[in-house]
Design a protein around this ligand. Sequence first.
Ligand code: CP3
Length: 343
Amino acid sequence: MRKLLLETLTGNPGERVPFWFMRQAGRYLPEYREVRASTKSFMEFCYSPEKAAEVTLQPIRRYDMDGAILFADILVVPDGLGQDVWFEAGVGPKLTPVRDNATFSKLGMAGFHDKVAPVYETVARLKKALPEDKTLLGFAGAPWTVLTYMIEGSGSKDHGAARQLGYGNPELFSRMLELLVEATAEYLCRQIEAGADAVQIFDSWAAAIPEPMFDAWIIEPTREIVSRVRARHPDTPIIGFPRLAGAQYERFVAKTGVNAVSLDTGVPLDWAADKLQPSVCVQGNIDPHLVVAGGKPMVEEANRILETLKSGPHIFNLGHGFVPETPPENVKLLSETVQAFRR
Ligand code: CP3
């Protein structure tokens, strides 16, 4: 059976535009909150294949998206490398910060796959459970975004500690990047071997990085991951997401070798159709806050996005993930709007 999303990713769009949504499994769904409440720790939840597979499938049952994204988190990778990672209710992710050689030397690949094995098990379960026409998406955080959490020890406004370490101790910083490239490439390959049809690399904090650092911290590590994954799995599409990278999106696409690129909410669509879509599939980019508001403005904006990108490969998605206050009925109306559109 045809997997419309997978075919669109490889540059063969059909008549209908496939869709999935970032954070489609999450707190806006009551059935997610119910399963989530049965596990105290968020990391333990990510490492519970039965529960993680269940919440991955919940939005597909409700809205019939073309893609299901593995339920896990980008911070599984530092956890697998031996860093302490935990989530505090109302605060978000917490890690013991790594800012010097001594703390960094405690991290490594030994034990990585054993620690994260439940995630591969989740993928294998999903492969069996998903209808044949659905595309199973694996994912990982990009090295730069994951490093911001590893260095800061939490989320942060401007990733100051990470930038300062990048400028001030480039030797340590590049060793950290190299370890993440290795772990991330391995992690994505194992997800593909367990059944993922395509993978997305989330670089959520790619905003406002100066050109030379954008090349060194964002493009080069991503290019290296793409090349390592492709060497083992040449037919598996890879989606990049250099969120808020502005004009640097173009260089990102040209140099990393990704098959598709996810557009944040601010990317102008005529520009994307002109500069990006000729070489890659684009994905995006409705504002998640417009889906909170819903109604006619949401439907009109969805149709504008669909119209503007209809002459090339496009996967409908958000510009960033759903927020917890999103009304589930708005997601239904949005899904129906995308399903009804014909190119
Ligand atoms: O449906 C999906 O998109 C799949 C699952 C998924 C989650 N996180 C589940 C999750 C994916 C793809 C991610 C990626 C992720 N995690 C990113 C990159 C994408 C982005 O949003 O920019 C980042 C930066 C993280 C790190 C992270 N995890 C943060 C900042 C938070 C929020 C903390 C909070 O409490 O709001 C998380 C937690 C998290 N990851 C939740 C979910 C559904 C919510 C926490 C919960 O349910 O208790």
